[in-house]
Ligand binder design. Structure first.
Ligand SMILES: Nc1ncnc2c1ncn2[C@@H]1O[C@H](COP(=O)(O)OP(=O)(O)OP(=O)(O)O)[C@@H](O)[C@H]1O
Ligand SMILES: [Mg+2]
Length: 407
């Protein structure tokens, strides 16, 4: 990537829309120049359900980021999530036909092309074809075969598809506010960029972004993506449980959750027996509040664990679970996760940016920051599993393909 290039990302979440404009310095450092956050409207469980409303809040978010940075946003990297996302793993194989048997970037393009020739229904579009690992003449676990010699090159890929209609609705909203789409990126992949450490990806880790409408799950192993899944339950359901369970309006329940929500009243004897007075004359038992929240979070954690294959989760993901997304701000969520799942659990806060980024070191912004990190590391072509072995030609090919999806 050229020195001092300006890029932008728009994270259209169920709860908030966040636009960030950043300057990519030499070496890929990201200096945030402007952030625009607005509450979401017109979205449900990660999907656009009301185009005019969604467009309006995307416009507000983009305008705020433009005002903060003093720069016009013409194009942006955009996150995609929702139940319509599905993924599968597929293999591809090609022969290395030339006399020197040297693997070249073009061979990677060919082998990835064969891997993506799976039957995809007309109503679905390819979002990502991610190489998980190469095998060269039976030698498994080759991370970058370019420059190596062999006769037969196999690739294992993770293929992510999305419902055309859902993507089109999102694209329509973004284009409708005068912003072109650079790339559509699956949200848990972006969040992973912002909160996971390289050693965690290498040994095996599950990332769960518990947002407002969806919990986005991605499993990484050997430095590569292994599995992705979007669960339609998150912070909204926690608040709804509080509202129904304690007979409160939704907004009061939401505020109560954010201000006082905790997993562990048992460890907090003083607070445990107390009553919380809420605005508008409501008062609730602290223990009841925490019991309701804990029951739903317990369920979400178990649903996340179901995404880990095999009988022994710790063998599959020795680095355990990294929680992020706004709902991972709940006090004690990592401790509850460790108790319920018997594995290491930590909360991941986005890192990797500097500048005017005061609000960003919060799990709620993992996707927003991750979209930018994804974009830069992809274009730098140096680091990260997705760029490893991806020739420039293939990157351009994927880029064009995504633009086609966007149309
Ligand atoms: N301090 C907090 N304690 C508990 N929950 C919180 C806190 N802060 C935010 N949340 C919850 O986090 C959720 C929003 O998270 P986030 O901003 O990651 O979602 P989103 O990206 O808008 O939605 P999604 O990714 O699901 O489409 C809301 O349900 C909100 O109630
Ligand atoms: Mg989100």
């Amino acid at each position: 990537m050229a020195k001092d290039q300006i890029i932008s990302a728009i994270d259209v979440g169920t709860t908030k829309v966040c636009t960030i404009t950043a300057n990519v310095g030499y070496g890929g450092g990201l200096q945030v120049l402007g952030v625009g956050v607005t509450p979401s409207r017109g979205l449900h469980k990660g999907l656009v359900v009301n185009i005019p409303e969604a467009k309006q809040c995307i416009r507000e978010s983009v305008r705020k980021a433009e005002q903060a940075s003093g720069l016009k946003i013409d194009s942006a990297y955009v996150g995609v999530t929702g139940r319509h996302i599905s993924s599968l793993n597929n293999r591809g194989v090609v022969a290395i036909p030339r006399g020197d048997r040297l693997v070249r970037p073009d061979d990677l393009r060919r082998v990835l092309h064969t891997a993506r020739t799976v039957a995809i229904p007309n109503d679905r579009k390819l979002l990502h074809v991610i190489p998980r690992g190469y095998t060269l003449d039976g030698q498994v676990g080759v991370k970058n075969p370019v420059g190596m010699h062999g006769f037969r090159l196999d690739v294992e890929t993770h293929i992510v598809t999305a419902a055309v209609a859902s993507v089109q609705n999102l694209v329509k909203c973004i284009r409708g506010v005068g912003v072109d789409i650079e790339d559509l990126i699956l949200e848990p992949l972006a969040s992973g960029e912002a909160v996971l450490r390289p050693d965690e990806r290498e040994t095996g880790v599950v990332l769960a972004d518990i947002g407002g409408g969806t919990t986005d799950v991605a499993l990484f192993r050997d430095g590569n993506i292994w599995h992705t899944s979007i669960l339609p339950v998150a912070g909204y359901q926690i608040t709804r449980d509080i509202a129904i369970g304690l007979g409160l309006p939704f907004e009061v329940a939401e505020e109560l959750k954010k201000r006082h929500g905790s997993m562990m009243p048992i460890y907090d004897a003083k607070e445990d027996a107390s009553t919380i007075k809420v605005e508008d004359g409501y008062s609730v038992s602290y223990r009841d509040l925490c019991d309701i929240i804990r029951a739903r979070v317990d369920e979400i954690l178990r649903l996340i664990a179901l995404e880990i294959p095999g009988d022994d989760p710790l063998r599959e993901v020795p680095s355990g679970l990294v929680l992020t997304g706004g709902s991972s701000n709940l006090t004690g969520i990592a401790t509850l996760g460790q108790e319920v799942l018997s594995m290491p659990v930590r909360v991941g806060v986005p890192t990797g940016v500097y500048g005017i980024a005061d609000v960003l070191p919060d799990p709620a912004y993992a996707t927003s920051v991750g979209l930018l990190l994804w974009a830069t590391s992809r274009q730098e072509g140096e680091q990260g599993w997705r760029s490893r072995g991806l020739g420039e030609a293939f990157r351009r090919f994927v880029f064009r393909m995504r633009k086609a999806v966007a149309r």
